[in-house]
Design a protein around this ligand. Structure first.
Ligand code: B12
Ligand code: SF4
Ligand code: SF4
Length: 389
């Protein structure tokens, strides 16, 4: 019979053998700071992510989700690869975590390996794997399990290793030795708060998801609020700014996971190529990547916003074609983008579409885009006259 100490150590070693870089154990009590989840929800900071609502307390307390759980083995899988993101306006920026294969399957496959090892070690034990989609406050529990601390940007990070890793875990009915919680090493740094393009980190350690570009480009299904579109720049799927500036990420080690190497075309794809993709092409190109979470229409919405921010005339023709898209979401954002790009061709197309458009929200977008064009026209005339004087 293995003692608790031996078994805990063996499980830690097996987690590493299964391919995880970091591992920790926490008792399956109420998640730390779980009450703040309710404050966050009451303030509406989850936006349209209704799946975050917690009517039966399952997020706040892992035992309400897995009643027989006694301990949680929390693991981290690194996804850092060193390629830089392009700032070129004609190219889209996709978040680092989505460059390679979808992480859910990668974490899950390794959890299954760990699960099998655990069942061999303790025959008859019960285990339940989770990664991302389960009602588990993964960051809070990972912090309690000593894996790292939640930084002011709210992601979990480690001293001299950074934050480029995914979290997941196994709920077990085993009594394992828990780890000591990690300590906070943010100190007086505020780099992540200062860099955020939309001021989404409303206070240290508090993220208003409604303002976060990651939420706006991945989780939000409807239109992106107009006031936030300019700040999105060329980001078409997620955002890494708050982690890119974090001093601890300078020490990040490249992941050994081959599946997380950037796929061709995921790093800095040309926006004009993307806006012209058919649904079939999109499905094929982004098969088994996290990008699918945005859905085809949501992705085109993001690309249209990035093209509007880029301001290139070369984008006018493909955006004009999207004015006739079957999706009102895509038509509305294409109209916005055309309003941002100057030129008579954009104006003519918007006027034409205004005649047949039946969706009230798209009509409003077209009206505003035309007003924008009028304004730009006035500005241009003023400048020319001013120059002549
Ligand atoms: C919903 C969600 C999002 C939302 C909300 C993010 C958030 N910070 O809550 C959105 C869509 C914005 C998002 C974005 C991203 N996500 Co996300 N996301 C999740 C998910 C599914 C739930 C997170 C959650 O519970 N949020 C609820 C809030 C309340 O939790 P919290 O941050 O721990 O909040 C605490 C603090 O705010 C604190 N607090 C302290 N003081 C105060 C004061 C007040 C007044 C309040 C209200 C709260 C508060 O208490 C809260 C409760 O514990 C997890 C997976 C999971 N099941 O856990 C992945 C997860 C957190 N995401 C992940 C990733 C990778 C990302 C992105 C980096 C992706 C990208 N590149 O675009 C960004 C990062 C953005 C950021 N700065 O956080 C990883 C993080 C890995 C890591 N190293 O930490 C996770 C763990 C997925 C995984 N399995 O790997 N995500
Ligand atoms: S992911 Fe981007 S938008 Fe969201 S908090 Fe970080 S810097 Fe701000
Ligand atoms: S950038 Fe600074 S404040 Fe933000 S998480 Fe990193 S160390 Fe903490």
């Amino acid at each position: 019979m293995l003692g608790m100490m031996d078994r805990s150590e063996r499980i830690r070693a097996q987690a590493r053998e299964a391919g995880f870089q970091f591992v920790g154990v926490v008792t399956a009590d109420r998640a730390p700071q779980a009450e703040l989840l309710n404050v966050w929800l009451e303030r509406g900071m989850h936006g349209t992510m209704t799946y975050m609502e917690d009517p039966d307390g399952r997020r706040a307390d892992p035992r309400a989700y897995v009643p027989w759980a006694r301990t949680l083995v929390i693991v981290a899988l690194s996804y850092y690869t060193p390629q830089p993101l392009s700032l070129a306006r004609e190219r889209g920026a996709i978040s680092r975590y989505a460059w390679g294969r979808d992480y859910h399957g990668e974490v899950r496959a390794r959890l299954e390996r760990l699960r099998a090892a655990l069942e061999e070690l303790s025959p008859g034990c019960r285990t339940h794997p989770f990664v991302d989609t389960s009602p588990i406050l993964e960051k809070g529990l990972a912090e309690a399990a000593g894996l790292g601390w939640r930084g002011k940007h709210t992601n979990l990070l480690r001293k001299r290793q950074g934050s480029w890793f995914f979290l997941g875990g196994l709920a077990t009915d085993l009594d394992l030795r828990p780890d000591a919680p990690a300590r906070d090493h943010c100190g007086t740094c505020t780099a992540c708060i200062d860099v955020c393009p939309t001021r989404a980190i409303v206070a240290p350690y508090v993220l208003d998801a409604r303002l976060c570009i990651s939420y706006l480009t991945i989780e939000r299904r409807g239109p992106i609020p107009r006031s936030l579109r300019p700040q999105i720049g060329n980001r078409i799927f997620g955002c890494d700014d708050c982690q890119d500036v974090c001093p601890w990420n300078r020490f990040a080690q490249v992941t050994p996971v081959e599946a997380f190497q950037p796929r061709d075309g995921n790093l800095n794809p040309p926006l004009i190529e993307l806006v012209q993709m058919t649904r079939g092409e999109w499905n094929r190109r982004f098969k088994r990547t996290a990008i699918r979470r945005a859905h085809y229409e949501g992705f085109l919405r993001n690309v249209a916003v990035a093209l509007g921010n880029g301001g290139s005339f070369a984008a006018v023709a493909p955006l004009v074609a999207r004015l006739d898209d079957a999706s009102s979401l895509v038509r509305g954002h294409a109209a916005w983008a055309l309003g941002r790009i100057r030129g008579p061709r954009a104006r003519t197309a918007l006027v034409r579409r205004r005649r047949s458009e039946e969706d009230p929200w798209v009509r409003e977008e077209i009206e505003l885009a035309l007003q924008e064009l009028e304004q730009q026209g006035d500005d241009a005339r003023t400048t020319v006259q001013g120059d002549a004087q």
